[in-house]
Design a protein around this ligand. Sequence first.
Ligand code: NAD
Length: 476
Amino acid sequence: MAPKNEPTFRQSVDMMFNRAVALMDLPPGLEEKIRVCNATYTVRFGVRLRGKIETFTGYRSVHSEHMEPVKGGIRFALSVNQDEVEALAALMTYKCALVEAPFGGSKGGLCINPRDYDEEELERITRRFSYELIKRDLINPAQNVPAPDMGTGEREMAWMADQYKRMNTTDINGAACVTGKPINAGGIQGRVEATGRGVQFALREFFRHPEAVKAAGLEGKLDGKRVIVQGLGNVGFHAAMFLQKEDGCKITGIIEHDGALFAENGLDVEAVRAWIVKHGGVSGYPDARHTSEGAKVLEEDCDILIPAAMEGVINLENAARVKAPLIIEAANGPVTAGADEILREKGCVIIPDMYANAGGVTVSYFEWVKNLSHIRFGRMQRRQEEARHQLIIDELERLDRHLGDAWSMTPHFKEKYLRGADELELVRSGLDDTMRIAYQSMHEVWQERENVTDLRTAAYLCSIQKVAASYKAKGL
Ligand code: NAD
């Protein structure tokens, strides 16, 4: 993590905010109102485990309530602390505003190493933590809606939702109290892959803008680009796998908690993931060079660097040695404010976290809407859409018969055209649209405002503008 002489994560986020806000003309006092974190709740609770009571510390921070509910993940990690959840809650405010998800920003965390407990123990701890948050409306479909983050996933979200329902038996919208749930517990197709998918869509949109590609000193398309990814968890795995399988990228480096793998000709992302699941880390993986000094691989030559593990990994100590011309921040806060400055001076282009990993909250938004509407996306339209397409196919087939050998339908056109979109396709389409539009809004500010020289400042400008407009409309 960041060296001692660097500002904390929250200070780092504030510094980036300040850099952007200096270019804006906000009404007096509004800048401070937007920057500060509204409230942070700390809870200490005991759970009887293995014959003794163990005390845990958890947090839920609410950064901005200009829109409600507030939204943000819950993280299970030993490193969780108040400064971190406040920084992450602030990023959630800006992220939701940037991708136009109608939420304020929040974040939570529990100081725990999930690997130290078995499933039954984890369930009891999670339910107890949820109980503490639910009774203070810090988990509530109308006020505060958590989601997965580091160390948590579908399983924990299902426990939280169930705990809420046990405590609010008559709330018909109870399932919307948390997102990232499994499908059979009110989840939505495509949520697990969403953040990594969003990283892929973000890169695709970036490469649709030749001037952006040129600014990073790169050329051409995504196809063939050499990528190094740090953290092959939920976000890093999906991003790397989709980029490899669907965009022709070569994943030359994978950095994990126990070291890194490197292979000039590309690593098989799914095989590495399977190895990690089985062995707990990358050590011992065949067909690649292994180094125990994982963080050093952040400094290797590549076209695109994807830090997807944790905050502060590119900092004052190593920033000058990072060679990647393009960094996409799949994790929250992987580049400190000091490192950001060094990298900008070197000409490195950074696609900022508040945009790059917004795929998660975007699909969470779709899930929340699905829960409130109590119907799966596409259920009403799908067959009707197919019936209308059938009409056209019938006409084309008539034409086909009439024209004989002179004309025929392209192979597979009929099957592809006839099939109405299912929920997964609709979710991916909504996510793609969101990522494209949000990129375009940042890109315009980056390219057209003379005093804006980087995408991060552009992203802050877009989102602060929206938060400010929302406060203004409220009359604050
Ligand atoms: P995760 O727990 O699924 O994965 C994290 C991965 O990083 C694990 O494989 C872990 O072994 C690895 N790791 C831990 N320490 C490391 C180290 N020192 N060096 C290299 N690898 C290390 O977590 P996740 O959900 O993928 O989240 C990763 C990042 O993405 C976090 O910053 C999180 O806030 C952010 N994020 C997640 C989501 C989401 O939907 N899950 C959404 C937005 C942002």
